[in-house]
Design a protein around this ligand. Structure first.
Ligand SMILES: [Zn+2]
Length: 404
């Protein structure tokens, strides 16, 4: 049985650790240079930026609420939009990416790093718990056509375990996999796909050991951030919390016509306040901008109630699913495992038919996910798949099918 972790009452730290302001001009041009081919909606440039003491953050000012709170308590600017026009914030592009049951599974490589003290004591997790947590992650994402193919590393470093040095010091190949660090500090956070560190050493997911448990869905929440989701309460809660005030041009207001373009950029999540950590309900009250009652969707993974409360963890909306597919395709495709990459090393080569041979005849590890072994798409995994893959590699045979 995995260890049961106590649920923290808050993931937000209010301590002012430090921040730096970056002028908007050069940051804006950097953002534009990173755009894909698809046009996005026009957004006004915002001269804000925040980089934390651990090197995480973004000069374009597009970080998630947890890190905003820890880096710069009381930050006076709204950060409800990025200071450049991201293609996947366009609802047309978002909706075009909403998956169906026939959409091929996107297989995302992740590397889970568990820290222990220098002498190996007190690890932040154990192998069985990691496997259970990844199983929850994959179950949560299955209908949204994402699968996470994981490896696990155990590293002895007291300093990284307790956050005295950034866990990201131990990043490994962030250009081809998402590093997920399980640490013994409060709060969990993630890097967004639009951030300049998304594929760099400073990127990845930080998971508090308190949140890394198979009856919680905080990893699902953080992976939602990683793939391009804001909190459901972003744009309503944040503007008020930061003192910007309601009715700001970026606030998401009940009944407004622009809920596709502000807040979490999804109109199928209602303007709402952040759920508490102990109840599966959304706060009630009146949106001061519209004078109408706030909406409610506590069961959304991108609220706090849905992520932290066992039994209150049920959904991403279709538009959220579309955003994750759009953003990940535009910015994170280097993390995707290709059909035929049966051993998950990022390449399709001779090692893959050998891997399949070992699985079929030598008691070796199974393809992960197993359906990936069906490279010829005939519904089974057998020697014909091995021959098919060899033909592809060496005899100009057809490319491997997805299998999943
Ligand atoms: Zn969050």
């Amino acid at each position: 049985m995995p260890r049961r972790k106590a649920v923290r009452t808050s993931t937000l730290s209010t301590a002012l650790i430090g921040f730096s302001l970056v002028a908007g001009g050069s940051a804006l041009s950097m953002g534009l240079a990173s755009l894909g081919a698809r046009p996005g909606p026009q957004s006004p440039a915002r001269q804000v930026g925040v980089v934390g003491p651990d090197g995480r953050g973004d000069p374009r000012g597009c970080i998630f609420d947890e890190r905003l709170a820890s880096y710069a308590a009381g930050w006076p600017f709204d950060l409800c939009d990025c200071p450049y026009p991201p293609a996947c914030d366009d609802p047309i592009n978002r909706d075009a990416a909403i998956p169906t049951p026939a959409t091929p599974m996107k297989v995302v490589r992740i590397r889970v790093v568990v820290f222990a003290n220098d002498d190996g004591s007190d690890p932040t997790s154990v192998l069985g718990e990691v496997e259970d947590q990844i199983a929850v992650l994959n179950a949560d994402f299955a209908q949204h056509r994402f699968y996470f193919q994981h490896t696990v590393d155990f590293i002895n470093s007291t300093a990284a375990r307790i956050g005295a040095i950034p866990a990201t010091v131990f990043a490994e190949n962030p250009g081809v996999q998402c590093n997920v660090y399980v640490v013994a500090t409060n709060g969990s956070s993630a890097t967004g796909p639009w951030e300049s560190q998304a594929l760099a050493d400073e990127g990845g997911v930080l998971m508090s050991e308190d949140h890394f448990a198979s009856d919680l869905h905080v990893l699902t929440h953080e992976m939602g951030h990683t793939l391009g989701l804001w909190h459901t309460f972003h744009g309503s809660q944040l503007n008020i919390a930061c003192g910007v005030g309601p009715c700001h041009d970026c606030s998401e207001s009940v009944g407004a016509a622009n809920t596709d373009l502000v807040g979490d950029h999804c109109s199928d999540t209602p303007p709402m306040l952040a759920g508490g950590f102990a109840t599966c309900t959304s706060p009630t009250g009146i949106d001061p901008c519209s004078g109408r009652p706030w909406g409610a969707m506590p069961e959304n993974y991108m609220d706090y109630a849905g992520a932290l409360l066992p039994g209150c963890d049920m959904l991403f909306t279709p538009q959220q699913s579309g955003r994750m597919h759009c953003w990940s395709a535009d910015e994170l495709s280097a993390w995707f495992s290709a059909p035929g990459d049966l051993n998950g090393d990022g390449f399709v080569n001779i090692a893959d038919p050998i891997f399949l041979k070992d699985y079929l005849f030598g008691g070796g590890a199974a393809p992960n996910p197993l359906c990936r072994g069906d490279v010829n798409g005939d519904g089974g995994i057998d020697i014909a798949d091995m021959i098919y893959l060899l033909n592809y590699l060496f005899s100009q045979g057809p490319a491997p099918t997805d299998g999943c």
